[in-house]
Design a protein around this ligand. Structure first.
Ligand SMILES: C[S@@+](CC[C@H](N)C(=O)[O-])C[C@H]1O[C@@H](n2cnc3c(N)ncnc32)[C@H](O)[C@@H]1O
Length: 289
């Protein structure tokens, strides 16, 4: 493939040039970007055409590649490294306890704080220290569209701000609660990185003790959230909305708890992703009246 080499920092501008062949993807390595050149224009060099990647599944967080599940073979790891040229490759075996602390192993290079960009937001994270919900991207987008400017929102299990940051970008006021000190450190960092201090009150601790005043909306992004319905219902009014995460629907429990607080609950069920055979990650949108 005929390419021109430019420093990575100039890649965005260079992609606007008339000589760029947009039918092929640029290739980045060691601070340089190699941009495919159209026929009829000069090139700096020829590099080997890239074949399609058919290796193990991975996810990029900043410049770190995450693999979920089992240890890859040496061959699989090598082919991944050659394909994406990551700073590091981290294997995530799973997440531990209520704080969702990753059980991980560094397989290559280094892992450190990286800035991951998604749905127009910056998320600083160290994937070895805190959880990144890889399958919830569509749910984040959906929620960012639902939230209205000026709403008072409780994000009871904020993590590093997966929902808090897009909500605040939509102009809502967020009370963001997180129990894990490492996640809270990144939550605060992400509030600043996205210049949203005016819209977000972030607090560290157990949300059950931190909830205060009244909310128009509450996000309960934890599978244990059905057990915490009484805690939030005492802070909601008629017309308020809850987004209750659970494994499989828990409508009967929601209706029962809402009735205890004098509410009717109108429930719409959204499937986020398959969690295990026969088990789905569900978000119940609950309108209280
Ligand atoms: C599933 S994770 C991240 C949730 C995030 N909203 C998302 O969608 O990716 C749940 C988070 O809730 C936090 N957490 C668990 N119990 C909590 C509690 N009682 N109060 C506040 N945070 C809690 C955990 O530390 C973890 O960061």
């Amino acid at each position: 493939m005929r390419v021109r080499s430019v420093p990575v920092l100039n890649l965005k501008d260079a992609m606007k040039e008339e000589w760029v062949d947009h039918s092929r993807r640029p290739f980045v390595s060691s601070g340089n970007a190699y941009i495919p050149v159209k026929n009829g224009f000069d090139a700096d060099t020829n590099i080997e055409e890239r074949s399609r990647y058919c290796g193990i599944k991975y996810q990029m967080i900043g410049d770190i590649a995450l693999i979920h599940g089992e240890l890859p073979s040496e061959e699989e790891l090598k082919s991944l490294i050659n394909w994406v040229h990551p700073r590091g490759v981290v294997l995530i075996y799973g997440y531990d306890g209520i704080k969702r602390i990753p059980k991980s192993e560094l397989l290559y290079g280094e892992s450190k704080e990286v800035c991951h960009k998604e749905i127009g937001c910056k998320f600083w994270i160290d994937p070895v220290k805190v959880m990144f919900s890889k399958g919830n991207r569509e749910e984040k987008k959906r929620m960012a569209k639902i939230v209205r400017p000026g709403e008072r929102v409780a994000d009871m299990f904020a993590g590093i701000g997966y929902f808090t940051i897009p909500f605040a970008k939509s102009g809502a006021y967020i009370h963001s609660m997180e129990i894990n000190p490492d996640s809270y450190y990144f939550l605060k960092k992400n509030v600043s990185a996205n210049n949203l201090e005016e819209f977000i009150l972030a607090e560290q601790g157990d949300c059950r003790k931190l909830l205060k005043g009244e909310y128009d909306r509450a996000v309960m992004g934890h599978f244990d959230s059905p057990n915490m319905l009484p805690d939030i219902l005492s802070h909601m009014n008629s017309g308020g909305v809850l987004h209750v995460h659970s494994i499989n629907p828990v409508s009967e429990e929601i209706i029962r708890q809402a009735e205890t607080f004098g509410f009717n609950a109108d429930i719409k069920i959204n499937k986020v992703k398959k969690y295990a055979p026969g088990r789905w990650h569900i978000v119940s949108d609950v309108v209280l009246s």
